[in-house]
Design a protein around this ligand. Structure first.
Ligand code: UDP
Length: 339
């Protein structure tokens, strides 16, 4: 059995690490890793291959392009010859498949089985490219692995046959436990000189939170207040840095502590020891749930409803008063944090 895996972003690398380990267990399958080239910054890419001991990609699509059409076309033109060269039995895509959607289309057209890991997650609105891509990927896939019952229900509502759907668990969480002992040994807390009294973590890079002026101002106003209680550490995604204006950067600077994006092990340690995490990331909502760290999600809804049902994730949006109220509630004996 020959399996081709496609990955291109930080969360993809985290998801494929435990998958590749499983594929290499006896009876081992041949695995071919294709990098879409979406994230190239060492801190978002090479560092993850190194820390998670992921083998080097066999091929890279180096997807680039100034327009959606250029990017999709490049990916499809470069992926088709790889399918002819390797002739895999199936292609596995993970997560939100934004760049990998071109690979899904070509594989499906060529009659190669497509497997989507993390299938069925849905947001209430279809107005983002990521949402469109994951819906397309799910409908073109032959086998759909879901992380929670809500995702299974979404797929069934969209008339995807039950026989294609597997409630399989969560590879992001498999990775967390696989690397947890290494993460615990991280020296990131002393390196950042964080106080014993505690600190908060912020991760934010989704366009609406940065490009919507009202949403962004709401988050900053809340961080200014929370920053009086404890430092707020912000490992900044390169995309956030690209999207932020100088004026926004200055406002952020006065409220929070910027750092470069962290490697996986340091970030797990930072997150697990935080008093609270503010985020717009799906993966971080899942990780804080299992680490039992209060998570305040800076979005109006979550595509991972089980994180809210389990009680550690508060879906709050960007209104500053609500963020502050929920933050105070989360710190008043609501939930204990992981150590
Ligand atoms: N993460 C990391 N370093 C950081 C911030 C996040 O390793 O500085 C990890 C985090 O543990 C999570 C993943 O990156 O598993 C989330 O990635 P991202 O926010 O880029 O993607 P999203 O979840 O928004 O799709």
């Amino acid at each position: 059995m020959k399996v081709m895996l496609v990955a291109g972003t930080r969360p993809d690398f985290i998801k494929i690490a435990p998958l590749m380990c499983a594929l290499h267990q006896p009876p081992a399958m041949e695995s071919i890793l294709v990098h879409t080239g979406q994230q190239r910054d060492w801190r978002m890419n090479g560092l993850f291959f190194q820390q998670l001991a992921i083998p080097d990609p066999a091929e890279s699509l180096d997807s680039d392009g100034s327009s959606v059409a250029a990017r999709l076309t490049t990916i499809m033109l470069r992926f088709e010859p790889l399918l002819n060269k390797y002739r895999p039995d199936c292609v596995i895509v993970v997560g939100n498949v934004h760049h990998a959607i071109g690979c899904v289309l070509i594989a499906a057209e060529m009659g190669i089985r497509v497997i989507h890991v993390d299938a069925g997650l849905r947001s209430p609105s279809r107005n983002t490219p990521e949402e469109i891509d994951r819906i397309l990927a799910d409908h073109l896939s032959d086998l759909l692995f879901c992380t929670e019952q809500g995702a299974v229900d979404n797929l069934l509502r969209e008339c995807i046959p039950k026989s294609k759907i597997v409630l399989a668990g969560n590879v992001t969480i498999d990775a967390l436990w696989r690397y947890w002992n290494k993460a615990r040994a991280s020296r990131i807390l002393p390196a950042l000189e964080l106080p014993d009294s505690g600190y908060a973590v912020l991760t934010m890079h989704h366009r609406p939170n940065i490009q919507d002026a009202a949403g962004f101002s709401g988050i900053i106003a809340a961080m200014e207040v929370i920053g009086l209680d404890m430092p707020v550490v912000f490992p900044m995604h390169p995309r956030a840095r690209e999207l932020l204006t100088v004026d926004q950067m200055c406002k952020l600077h006065s409220a929070i502590r910027f750092i470069d994006p962290l490697g996986y092990l340091d970030f797990l340690k930072l997150m697990a020891s935080a008093k609270v995490v503010f985020t717009d990331s799906g993966g971080v909502q899942e990780e804080t749930t299992v680490l039992n760290v209060p998570c305040i999600t800076l979005r109006d809804s979550t595509d991972r409803p089980c994180t809210a049902e389990m009680g550690s994730n508060y879906i709050v949006g960007t209104d500053p008063d609500t963020i502050i109220d929920v933050y105070r509630h989360s710190q008043n004996g609501g939930r204990k944090t992981a150590t």
